[in-house]
Write a protein that binds this ligand. Structure first.
Ligand code: MG
Length: 231
């Protein structure tokens, strides 16, 4: 069956052909939550259901969830909700985005690994004065690993779990987190910012409104890098 091309214009097509000829494949680092996985929407839906709250995820325009939840830092306990990270929907175009990047680059996932529950540890969360729920087991890191294998066939060798992404070698990072964006810019490294309500105060020409747009920006950024290397 003929492959569906979502956006490619003539320039993108020619550039992709050029990039394929490079001896060294560039390394594209890719974040997960709110970059290739929908996170904010499912998280706040779960949060609102359990805490009987009404947070609109589109209005969460800061990084600290405790400032938006009426339960404050309890919001972070929900990261341990069993299966949360296993059942996130992929973002629109994520599959095509990763498939196309793999034609010209090595794609490596760099993702934070929220704590789960340790052996024999149970997390108890008060829902209201009469109800408590227990999380007997959660393993966000393996949930993420299985999610990546299921949706995008990622091998574990191409997944790096870490908190500070500027410690990882790669040519371009695609991410939505403001602090990560700033650390890459300060280190004079290439980063494409995936648009989200919590990063709109950042002024950059490398903001992608979605993954379809991010692919175009990756091509443009690689083109710039090739010119820089040649000069
Ligand atoms: Mg993210």
């Amino acid at each position: 069956m003929k492959k569906k091309i979502i956006f490619e214009d003539e320039k993108d097509f020619m550039l992709k052909k050029l990039l394929k000829k490079f001896k060294r494949k560039p390394i594209i680092l890719l974040d997960m939550d709110d970059t290739i996985a929908e996170f904010a929407q499912p998280f706040w839906t779960l949060h609102n259901k359990l805490f009987k709250d009404f947070v609109d995820y589109l209005k969460v325009n800061g990084w600290n969830f405790d400032e938006f939840s009426k339960r404050g830092k309890d919001a972070y306990t929900l990261f341990k909700y069993p299966g949360l990270f296993r059942n996130l929907p992929p973002k629109p175009y994520a599959k095509e985005f990763i498939e196309d990047l793999r034609e010209i680059a090595e794609v490596v996932i760099v993702s934070d690994s929220p704590s789960g529950t340790s052996y024999l540890e149970t997390v108890s969360l008060d829902i209201d004065p009469e109800h408590t729920i227990d999380f007997p087991h959660s393993n966000p890191t393996d949930d993420k690993r299985m999610w990546l294998e299921e949706h995008f066939n990622f091998d574990k060798d191409d997944i790096v779990f870490c908190s500070k992404k500027d410690r990882v070698i790669g040519d371009i990072l695609i991410d939505d987190k403001p602090a990560t964006y700033n650390s890459f810019v300060e280190a004079n490294r290439k980063i494409i910012l995936l648009d989200a309500p919590h990063n709109r105060d950042i002024d950059t020409k490398w903001r992608a409104k979605d993954l379809n747009h991010a692919k175009k920006l990756v091509y443009r950024m690689l083109e710039e890098m090739i010119k820089e290397e040649a000069s």
